[in-house]
Design a protein around this ligand. Structure first.
Ligand SMILES: Cc1cc2nc3c(=O)[nH]c(=O)nc-3n(C[C@H](O)[C@H](O)[C@H](O)COP(=O)(O)OP(=O)(O)OC[C@H]3O[C@@H](n4cnc5c(N)ncnc54)[C@H](O)[C@@H]3O)c2cc1C
Ligand code: FES
Length: 336
């Protein structure tokens, strides 16, 4: 049976695309080469929240990324919502991502190292004719042994030399356990990507990067790209971790010595002895330094809790909500 096709019209741009019955709005837009805002792609993070101005949609209940109140007010998550009629949707799309299309690639583990007992740095090599075209900040899905998990690309290099990932081992984590116990140089896997709309926007505004744990990975790629571009924007990285060991890269200190426009505040949340720097929650270090965040753009990556509290409190310090960009490391959903 041939499925019904409806039309989605984006407001205010008036861009249109077709959507087949049963397809999510996000997937249908991607098939028409339009990138709508998104993160996890499974209803968990809320990045794709947008408002339906007219038309009928179907939406699953109990998505962590949206409240019943928001649903009642006409908001939907475009990564899980499907169309039951032509619809008009209040949503931007990202021309910066035109020409960037997710695809499936074979890849091989080039190296694996462990800068902390529960952090792995993986480099992946792709066949010579395969290039993952991405913007630093985006992520890929790693597919292995019938499992699929999302990991941010931790390097700015887009010239096909390979990809770097930073993976934290979670207690009882199915995939991260496999990475730590079975993955070896030479292991063959597949990856799908790039995905996500976390990338540095074109602007002159000073930037605050907020990283929690391995949330440093996409931020490292973004900062490397800014340096490659000889950006003169003011860049301040706040990197929070449970303990000193978990600030697993010496790069921020090197960048601080090398680039005048880069500054760095590491923050530890535990009682580690011998640490004389900031202690507490990483977003609090930003609040301690800034009474007025109006001039800034903030790029935040880490747990959903860190991102939610940072956005609320930064907007309370006059940050424009549309200048807060984030990628939340939400847990995998089996249906993804
Ligand atoms: C867009 C995106 C980018 C990501 N990038 C990275 C990255 O660069 N580096 C990285 O280390 N992780 C990243 N993650 C998280 C990653 O995809 C996996 O969720 C994580 O590795 C756990 O997988 P697992 O199979 O080991 O654990 P699972 O077996 O899936 O889960 C084990 C237990 O841990 C909980 N859990 C799962 N994920 C998390 C989490 N992130 N925080 C707290 N509890 C969790 C589960 O609810 C479950 O109780 C990203 C997630 C998203 C959505
Ligand atoms: S909730 Fe839709 S992309 Fe995360």
């Amino acid at each position: 049976m041939v499925g019904v096709n409806f039309k989605v019209t984006l407001a205010p741009s008036n861009r249109q695309f077709e959507i087949a019955e049963g397809s999510t709005i996000l997937d249908a837009a991607a098939r028409s080469q339009l990138s709508l805002a998104h993160g996890c792609r499974d209803g968990s993070c809320g990045s794709c929240k947008s408002r339906v101005l007219s038309g009928q949609i179907s939406h699953p209940d109990n998505c962590a990324g949206i409240t019943p109140d928001e649903l009642a007010k006409g908001y939907v998550l475009s990564c899980v919502a499907t169309a039951d009629s032509d619809i008009q949707l209040e949503s931007d799309w990202y021309p910066e991502l035109d020409g960037i299309k997710a695809a499936l690639f074979p890849c091989k583990v080039d190296s694996i190292s462990f800068p902390a007992s529960d952090i792995a740095i993986l480099t992946l090599r792709l066949p010579a004719d395969s290039i993952v075209n991405y913007l630093p900040g985006q992520y890929i899905d790693l597919i292995w042994k019938g499992l699929r998990r999302s990991y941010s690309i931790a390097c700015a290099n887009t010239q096909g030399a390979g990809l770097e990932l930073h993976i934290r081992q979670l207690a009882h984590g199915v995939f991260s356990d496999l990475v730590f116990n079975q993955l070896k140089p030479g292991t063959l896997l597949r990856l799908e990507g790039p995905h996500g709309t976390f990338f540095v926007r074109d602007s002159e505004a000073p930037i605050i990067f907020l990283a929690g744990g391995t949330g440093f990975a996409p931020i490292k790629a973004m900062i490397e790209r800014l340096f490659e571009q000889h950006s003169t924007r003011s860049i301040h990285l706040y990197w929070g971790a449970a303990s000193v060991d978990h600030l697993y890269s010496g790069l921020p200190d090197e960048w601080h010595k090398k680039y005048q426009n880069f500054s760095y505040t590491p923050v530890i949340s535990s009682d580690d002895t011998g640490w004389s720097g900031h202690r507490g929650l990483v977003h609090q270090a930003v609040l301690d330094d800034h009474s007025d965040l109006r001039p800034f753009e903030v790029y935040a990556c880490g747990s959903a809790d860190m991102i939610t509290v940072a956005k609320t409190e930064f907007v309370g310090r006059r940050l424009l909500a549309e200048h807060f960009f984030s990628d939340a490391f939400t847990a995998h959903k089996p249906n993804k």
